[in-house]
Design a protein around this ligand. Structure first.
Ligand code: NAP
Length: 336
């Protein structure tokens, strides 16, 4: 499976099917059920860590690729590259996903983890999600409210994990909507501009910011042989935030913190990792840390999943020992 992932790591799938229609998705699910084999749904492979021994089951790649724009509604099949959606909508002057430019992966994954970045998330534009229900063996549709969206979360990756295979998503965008320019990095990018940037200019700016962090897939760029952010940015309790603040004051460094739900505090995981002793470009065998963003673990060439996990374990331990904060891994683990 290595060539199907952005990390370029992973042993073989016992069975593999690429489904080009909803009928083939249903057939693949039935096939796995009848034989009692586990099923893993693969999208763009940009947020997975596949075991060196591979996956002893059926890997289903949803490759349905239709994209349709009608008025303010963008209807995309699960196998469409997400970046195509951003391109088409911004060119058409439709606002709502311009800050989600440059994200690798496919449409099918977007409602699952409520993909978000630079001040926008898909939950604010998703109108309907169509999926195959592996329990009821039928296609079902969910309204936005039925998806159970929260920060990087939905029913599809929580209460109903593994139950549904997303085949199509409708995004409700806004014609003549202003671009979202709330995020610090973006505001800084446009600080000197005398006019409001267009949607395509905002999307391009996001791509450039992502590229500067090694978070844009660019052929030949060793920093993007990764699964994007390897750890979630944690939302910590106020006491833990206070400990971090004291550490920062004591060592004379600054730290950015943001209010999160339930009185918690969001803190950049990259900051914690750096101050636990890991610099950008850190290497441990063939596994390493991106030279442009401490949050991305990279395959420096020929790395195994075991090496990546060993480095991740070392980082987690150091952060926990120093700050008492447990970092959670973001990519999905397959075949472990
Ligand atoms: P960053 O800009 O260094 O931010 C780190 C953390 O600080 C994030 O939790 C971010 O919240 C928060 N933050 C920054 N500015 C904020 C503001 N003005 N108001 C509230 N919170 C703020 O992040 P990064 O690691 O380089 O990632 C860049 C963007 O990509 C972030 O938005 C991140 O969430 C997103 N991302 C998303 C996924 C995903 O959907 N699975 C994966 C990787 C990265 P937010 O997370 O709410 O932005």
């Amino acid at each position: 499976m290595a060539p199907l992932t952005t990390l370029g790591i992973g042993g073989p799938a016992r069975w593999f099917v690429e489904a080009a229609s909803e009928g083939e998705v249903a057939e693949a699910c039935e096939c796995a059920r009848e034989r009692g084999v586990p099923l893993f749904v693969l999208g763009g492979g940009s947020n997975v860590l596949v075991s060196d021994s591979g996956f002893n089951g059926l890997v289903l790649r949803v490759a349905i690729e239709s994209l349709e724009l009608k008025g303010e509604l963008l209807r995309a099949s699960a196998g469409v590259a997400w970046e195509r959606c951003v391109e088409q909508s911004t060119i058409a002057g439709l606002a709502g996903i311009e800050c989600l430019a440059g994200i690798p992966g496919t449409v099918g994954g977007t409602p699952v983890q409520n993909v978000g970045a630079y001040g926008q998330e898909v939950a604010s534009v998703i109108d309907r999600v169509r999926a195959f229900d592996r329990m009821a063996h039928e296609f079902v549709e969910f309204s936005n409210a039925e998806c159970g969206f929260a920060y990087r979360k939905s029913r599809f990756n929580s209460t109903d994990r593994g139950r549904y295979v997303v085949t199509q998503v409708d995004y409700r965008l806004r014609r003549r909507g202003a671009p979202a320019l709330a995020y610090g990095d973006l505001k800084a990018y446009f600080r000197e501009w005398k006019r409001q940037p267009s949607l395509t200019e905002v999307a391009d700016a996001v791509r450039e910011i992502r590229r500067s962090k090694g978070m844009l897939l660019v052929k030949g760029d060793p920093d993007c042989r990764s699964a994007g952010s390897f750890f979630k940015n944690p939302a910590i309790v106020p006491e833990a935030a206070e400990r971090v603040r004291k550490f920062a004051a004591h060592t004379g460094v600054s730290v950015r913190m943001f209010a999160a739900d339930g009185g918690r505090v969001k803190i950049p995981a990259a900051w914690l990792i750096e101050h636990a002793g890991f610099a950008k470009g850190y290497a441990m065998g063939a596994a390493g840390i991106s030279s442009r963003h401490t949050l991305a673990l990279i395959n420096r060439g020929g790395a195994t999943s075991a090496e990546i996990l060993a480095l991740a374990g070392k980082i987690r331990k150091a952060v926990e020992d120093k700050f008492g904060i447990k970092l959670e891994m973001e990519p999905e683990r397959v075949g472990f």
